[in-house]
Design a protein. Structure first.
Length: 288
C-alpha cells in the first residue's frame, strides 16, 4: 500500500473561460510510506497545485488520488479525515498565527480533531519539542518571537495533528542561513523519529540533496522524473535543459565523470564527494 498514489491526475484552472489552463497534466505517481521526498520545479511547473491535491484542498478535474489506499473524494463526508491525515504547511505559515499564546496556536488543530485535554497537551508539548520551542515560550504570545521561531510554531501546529503525511511548501523561504539550517534539521529529525512520509517543496537543490531520499521533478504541468535523489541529480544536463540547476557538487562530478571513468557521476553531497575521492586514492586509481 502506498502513502500517496495518483492515477492520471489532471487539474485545470478557469474551465470554460478564455483563461483556462492545465496546471497538472495526467500524473500517475506512487509514493511509498516513510519516504522523504523533495519536490522541485521552476515557478509555474505545477508542484504547488499538485501537493494541494494530496490533502484535498483541490479536487481533480479528472483522475484519482489515494491516501493509504483509500480513494479521496469518493465520499465527501470523509474529506475532513483526509485533511488530518495529510498535514500541509504553506509558505510563510507564521502569517496565519492568531492565538494569544504559542500553546493556543499549536493546540488549534488537535482541538478541532475533538481530542481530550490530556491528549491535546501531550501533542502540543511533543510538537513544540520537535521544533525546539521551550516550555517557557509556550506561554508567550507568538508575536513576541523571532521570525524563525514563529515559523517553527506554525510548523508545530501541523505536526501536533500527527499527520501520516507531512507536506512543507518552501518552509525556509525568507529565512537566513542559520534559520534555514535549524528548521531543515528539525524536519529531518522529525522524519527520522516518526518514520512517516514527508514531502519538502524547495527551490534549493542543495537542501533537497542534503535531506530527501527521493526527488519528484515537475516541468510544464507534467511529472518530469520521480526517482532517488542520486539518480535524479545524475541527470544534470536534462535538468539544466528544463531550467533547473543541480547541486554544485553534482555539476563538478558530472564533469569529472565525463573525463575519468572511475569517478562516480552520481555524487551530490560533500560527504559523498569526500568518500568518492578517498576511495579512488585508497585504490590508487584515477590520476586526476
Amino acid at each position: 500500500m502506498y502513502s500517496i498514489e495518483t492515477k492520471n491526475l489532471t487539474y485545470k484552472y478557469s474551465i470554460g473561460t478564455p483563461y483556462e489552463r492545465v496546471a497538472v497534466n495526467d500524473i500517475s505517481l506512487q509514493i511509498e510510506k516513510g519516504q522523504y521526498v523533495g519536490v522541485i520545479g521552476h515557478t509555474g511547473s505545477g508542484k504547488s497545485t499538485l501537493i494541494q491535491h494530496f490533502n484535498g484542498l483541490l479536487q481533480p478535474t479528472s483522475g484519482e488520488v489515494y491516501i493509504n489506499g483509500e480513494k479521496m473524494w469518493e465520499d465527501k463526508t470523509k474529506m475532513r479525515d483526509f485533511r488530518f491525515k495529510v498535514g500541509l504547511v504553506f509558505q510563510y505559515p507564521e502569517y496565519q498565527l492568531f492565538g494569544e499564546t504559542v500553546y493556543e496556536d499549536i493546540s488549534f488543530g488537535p482541538k478541532n480533531m475533538g481530542l481530550d485535554s490530556a491528549e491535546i497537551d501531550r501533542r502540543v508539548k511533543d510538537a513544540a519539542y520537535s521544533v525546539g520551542i521551550t516550555t517557557e515560550q509556550l506561554e508567550k504570545s507568538p508575536f513576541e518571537l523571532s521570525g524563525g521561531q514563529k515559523r517553527r510554531v506554525a510548523i508545530a501546529g501541523v505536526m501536533a495533528m500527527e499527520p501520516e503525511v507531512l507536506i512543507l511548501d518552501e518552509p525556509t523561504a525568507g529565512l537566513d542561513p542559520k534559520g534555514r539550517d535549524v528548521i531543515l534539521g528539525q524536519i529531518r529529525e522529525y522524519h527520522s523519529e516518526k518514520k512517516n512520509t514527508v514531502l519538502l517543496v524547495s527551490h534549493s537543490m542543495e537542501d533537497i540533496a542534503a535531506n530527501a531520499t527521493m526527488a519528484l521533478v515537475m516541468n510544464k504541468s507534467k511529472m518530469f522524473a520521480y526517482d532517488t535523489v542520486q539518480n535524479v541529480f545524475a541527470k544534470g544536463e536534462e535538468l539544466s535543459a528544463i531550467g533547473l540547476s543541480v547541486p554544485q557538487i553534482s555539476r563538478v562530478f558530472t564533469g569529472l565523470g565525463n573525463k575519468f571513468p572511475n569517478i562516480d557521476k552520481k555524487t551530490y553531497t560533500i560527504e559523498q564527494a569526500k568518500q568518492n575521492i578517498l576511495s579512488i586514492l585508497k585504490n590508487k586509481e584515477g590520476n586526476i
